[in-house]
Design a protein around this ligand. Structure first.
Ligand code: PMP
Length: 305
C-alpha cells in the first residue's frame, strides 16, 4: 500500500514528493519537524492520532523561532493530517512526519528572506527502540543550550548532534544515549525524555534544563498523577542519580515508554522492568490506542464510521 505526502499543497504519492539539492534547509538545517504517531486499534478498526494539536503547536513554536511563515493554521494542519492518513488507508501503526522548511533554492547562512513551505508524510512504523529493556550510556556529546540551538523546539539542525550521540551509543553496543546539558546535568535521550523513579516518585529534568518539552513526557506526568496518584518532581538530575535510581524509563512519540535496564554497565534497580514503569507503560499503551475513555480527547480517529 503506497504512502502519500502533502507536498506543495497537494496530496501526492510519497515517491513523487521531491525537493531540489539547492533547497536551503538541507544545507543549513533550517527546518522544523514533528513526529506524531497514529496507533492502530484492530478491534475498533481505527487509527487514533495521538495529541496532534500539541505536536502542531510545538511545530508552530519552532516556526516562530526560525522566522518561518507557513500558510496553515493549527486547525488546518490537523485537518491535513487526518485527510492524509485517510488517503494512505493503513491498517497498522503509522508515523506522521510534518516538516516546515526553508524551501528557497538559495545559498547563504540566514533565516530571513527565505521562502518557507510545509510537507507532511506518513509511513507505517512499528517499534523504534527494538528491545523490551534498553541499555544506555551517558553520551560524550552534550545537548545544545538555549543560546546555541534552542532545544525546546524541534529544529532540524539540532538533530545532527543527537545523531552523533545516538551512533556513538549504538556503535558501543548500547541501545540509546543519555545526553547531559552544559552544566553536566542529565538532559534527555537522542529522541526521548528521561524519568527516574526515586522513593516512589517520578523525577525528571525540568523544561528549563535545555530539553525538548516532550508530549509523551507530559502524558506520562499526567497519567502518573491521575491514574497512579504518583507525583512528578521536575528538578535538575545529577548524572550519579542515574546509577542509583530505583527505576529509569524513556518517553517519546517513537519510543513510547521504554524501560531502561542498564546505564554505563550498571544495572538500574534489579535490572528488570520496574513496577511503576510497567504500570505506566500499560496505561499509556491503552490510552494511545483509544482504549481509555477518559483520554479520548487526546486521540483523533482517522476513519469515519
Ligand atoms: N527529546 C528529543 C530530543 C526528541 O527528539 C523527542 C522526540 N520528539 C523527545 C524528547 C520526546 O518528545 P515527544 O514525547 O513529544 O515525542
Amino acid at each position: 500500500m503506497p504512502s502519500y505526502a502533502f507536498f506543495k499543497n497537494e496530496y501526492i504519492p510519497l515517491a513523487e514528493a521531491k525537493i531540489s539539492v539547492m533547497t536551503h534547509a538541507i544545507h543549513y538545517g533550517t527546518a522544523v519537524f514533528e513526529g506524531i504517531r497514529g496507533n492502530w486499534n484492530s478491534q475498533h478498526k481505527q487509527i487514533y492520532i495521538f495529541r496532534q494539536r500539541e505536536h502542531y503547536q510545538r511545530l508552530l513554536n519552532g516556526c516562530k523561532v526560525m522566522r518561518m511563515n507557513i500558510p496553515y493554521s493549527l486547525d488546518e494542519l490537523c485537518r491535513i493530517t487526518v485527510e492524509l492518513a485517510q488517503k494512505c488507508a493503513f491498517e497498522q501503526d503509522i508515523y506522521v512526519r510534518p516538516l516546515a522548511y526553508k524551501c528557497s533554492e538559495a545559498l547563504g547562512v540566514r533565516v530571513h528572506d527565505i521562502a518557507d513551505d510545509l510537507t507532511v508524510f506518513i509511513i507505517p512504523w512499528g517499534r523504534y527502540i527494538d528491545v523490551d529493556k534498553a541499555r544506555c550510556c551517558v553520551s560524550p556529546w552534550q545537548c545544545p543550550t538555549d543560546n546555541s540551538i534552542p532545544p525546546q523546539v524541534k529544529i532540524m539542525g539540532h538533530y545532527a548532534g543527537n545523531a552523533l550521540a545516538k551512533s556513538d551509543a549504538v556503535e558501543k553496543g548500547f541501545d540509546e544515549c543519555i545526553m547531559l546539558n552544559q552544566d553536566g546535568y542529565v538532559a534527555q535521550g537522542s529522541g526521548e525524555n528521561i524519568f527516574l523513579v526515586i522513593d516512589g516518585k517520578l523525577v525528571t529534568p525540568p523544561t528549563w534544563n535545555n530539553i525538548l518539552p516532550g508530549i509523551t513526557r507530559d502524558s506520562a506526568i499526567t497519567l502518573a498523577k491521575n491514574e497512579l496518584g504518583i507525583e512528578t518532581i521536575e528538578r535538575p538530575v545529577d548524572r550519579l542519580e542515574l546509577f542509583l535510581a530505583d527505576e529509569v524509563f524513556l518517553t517519546g512519540t517513537a519510543a513510547h515508554v521504554t524501560p531502561v535496564a542498564e546505564i554505563d554497565h550498571r544495572q538500574v534497580g534489579d535490572g528488570e522492568i520496574g513496577k511503576i514503569t510497567k504500570q505506566l507503560q500499560q496505561i499509556y499503551a491503552d490510552v494511545i490506542r483509544g482504549e481509555n475513555s477518559k483520554y479520548l480527547h487526546w486521540c483523533t480517529p482517522v476513519y469515519q464510521k
